[in-house]
Design a protein around this ligand. Structure first.
Ligand code: ZN
Length: 94
């Protein structure tokens, strides 16, 4: 991966799934140890519907240890990383 970002995904775990509606929840851990709950929809193609940062460590972008909106700005970047290498497909067993 050549693009540098503050939010490089290190690990992803499937948290919840609702196959009838195509909605999935993932817990994403980034290389800077921050975590986020990522909501994705599988139809018609995988896309992120929302990202909410977990409060395990202060925000790596604004340094707040309370809720902030920073990760929303990275939802496209997070989506790309999740989809690009087939990670999401593997996680849900497709
Ligand atoms: Zn922030």
């Amino acid at each position: 991966m050549t693009v540098r970002t503050k939010l490089m995904i290190d690990d992803v775990q499937l948290s919840d799934r609702d196959e009838s509606s195509g909605l999935y929840q993932f817990i994403v851990t980034f290389k800077n140890r921050s975590k986020a709950r990522v909501f994705m929809h599988s139809q018609p193609n995988w896309h992120v519907t929302s990202v909410s940062r977990l409060l395990n460590v202060p925000c790596p972008i604004c340094r707040k240890d309370y809720y902030c909106k920073c990760f929303d700005n990275y939802s496209g970047e997070i989506e790309r990383q999740l989809i690009d290498d087939g990670r999401v497909d593997r996680l849900v067993g497709k």
